[in-house]
Design a protein around this ligand. Structure first.
Ligand code: HEC
Length: 429
């Protein structure tokens, strides 16, 4: 009896030692390989056993410390559809796999790996439009480039997703696409379009910044805040964006974006500093058509503060921006965008009846990971509600930092996707 019992125990221990093919690959397929496949943003592929095996120790470390998958929202606040955090049992499985010798297992256990079509994460697009030229980037500084290209659409189209795909991931740091009607028009999210700002701006080639002696407004929520450009209301957001770690723009079910006939696409691309070698790029966007008009057109409002000043040496310098809802809106997602010096950001909502909630808190903001936080369920926010965005910055430099395109300068931007709560039976665009 005793012996049989022992054998049974040893047998079950052996059977419970996880293998790559049976236990770990399904987790990697679901949680890791969208970045960890050949020629994407991550340094190694986790699709095949050999390449994953070589990284076993650092995989253990990265999942135990929750460095991977990247996710920065404080779990105390909000629920997010794209929450990337691994479940406890997934972490346990990966840990046990590594501790058990990172075994491959039975080849019959290996599930079918997700397919990656020529680098398009969303599969083959219906329409692909690129920047229209092969752009050559010299060594050295950051560059901000604009490319305006025709869609040649003779009729308008509803799109359900847009995947902005960098041509050269070594140099494309982030990119946006605006819809414009002529090649001389600057899209709504570009600084060139923000005419009332002109007197406060300094242009440095194609890079722009707010001048050091422009008015300073760190707390744009203060009752006595002067009426500076863009500190109230919002601006219409871009069609699509590419940011490190951000998943492609897939519009929520029942929504779509409208691209009118004759629209031109303005690509705004931030090329980050490159080393000695000259690099080329040909970035493109893949458009995915919706099957018909949506119940609700998707919109994005961008909230910014251009007038903060982060004093030299300041630790945890606070900057705020407020927005009062001018009508009811159904919120879908939030994307904070700052640069290297941002330390945290938080979104507080106070409804007309006084109820307060934190929509999103990112206690350790990281410029290298610019994630979109998609709300688990669309959130109805009533007219008159007040949204406060609070950011803190650390400035270890001997000079003050103001708003600017360069990564070493700062931004304070939030993109919020929303739809009208009313379903549109007869659509007004
Ligand atoms: C959103 C894209 C993305 C996802 C999802 C993701 N990774 Fe990564 N991973 C990266 C990138 C980019 C790097 C390299 C930059 C870095 O280390 O921050 C990286 C680095 C790593 C490293 C090296 C860490 C180090 O310290 O050098 C490991 C190990 C790793 N990932 C494991 C995983 C595992 C395991 C998962 C899934 C459970 C995962 N990653 C999910 C993008 C991703």
């Amino acid at each position: 009896m005793k012996l049989a019992g022992f054998c049974f125990f040893a047998g079950s221990l052996l059977a419970s030692s996880p293998t790559f093919n049976k236990d770990v690959a399904p987790i990697f397929h679901e949680r890791c390989v969208q970045c960890h496949h050949p020629n994407d943003i991550a340094p190694m592929s986790l699709l095949d056993y050999k390449s994953a095996r070589a990284w076993a120790k650092s995989i253990r470390e990265a999942v135990l410390t929750r460095k991977m998958p990247p996710w920065f929202a404080d779990p105390q606040f909000g629920h997010f559809a794209n929450d990337a955090r691994l479940k406890k049992d997934e972490i346990e499985t990966i840990k046990a796999w590594v501790d058990g010798g990172a075994k491959e297992g039975d080849s019959g256990d290996l599930p079918k790996a997700p397919m990656f079509t020529e680098g398009w994460r969303l599969g083959t697009p219906d329409i692909v439009i690129d920047i229209g030229e092969t752009f050559t980037l010299g060594a050295g500084n950051d560059a901000y480039e604009h490319f305006t290209v025709p869609t040649n659409f003779t009729e308008g189209k509803w799109i359900r997703a847009a995947e902005l795909r960098p041509g050269n991931r070594r140099v494309v740091h982030h990119a946006h696409i605006n819809m414009v009607s002529s090649s001389t028009e600057a899209g709504p999210t570009t600084i060139q379009a923000m005419k009332p700002l002109d007197e406060f701006l300094v242009h440095d080639g194609k890079l722009t910044r707010v001048s050091m002696d422009a008015p300073v407004l760190n707390d744009a929520c203060a009752a006595d805040a002067p009426d500076l450009p863009y500190i109230h209301g919002f601006q219409e957001g871009a069609l699509a964006s590419y940011l490190p770690g951000r998943s492609p723009d897939v519009f929520a079910d029942g929504t779509a974006k409208w691209i009118p006939a004759g629209t031109k696409l303005e690509f705004v691309i931030h090329y980050a500093k490159t080393s000695a070698a000259t690099q080329t790029d040909r970035t493109s966007v893949g458009l995915y058509l919706a099957s018909g008009p949506p119940e609700r057109p998707l919109r994005r409002m961008d909230l910014r503060n251009f007038f903060f000043l982060i004093p030299a040496g300041a630790p945890r310098h606070e900057v705020k921006r407020c927005y009062t809802f001018e009508k009811d809106k159904l919120l879908l997602s939030i994307t904070p965008h700052m640069h290297y010096r941002a330390r945290d950001v938080r979104y507080d909502l106070v409804r007309p009846d006084g109820r307060h909630e934190v929509l999103l808190s990112v206690p350790h903001y990281d410029f290298n990971w610019q994630l979109v936080y998609r709300l688990q369920d669309p959130m109805l926010v009533e007219k008159g509600s007040l949204l406060t965005v609070t950011t803190h910055y650390d400035n270890p430099n001997a000079t003050a930092i103001r708003w600017g395109d360069k990564s070493e300068e700062e931004m304070m931007t939030s993109w919020i996707e929303y739809v009208d709560p009313e379903r549109h039976s007869a659509l007004q665009r």
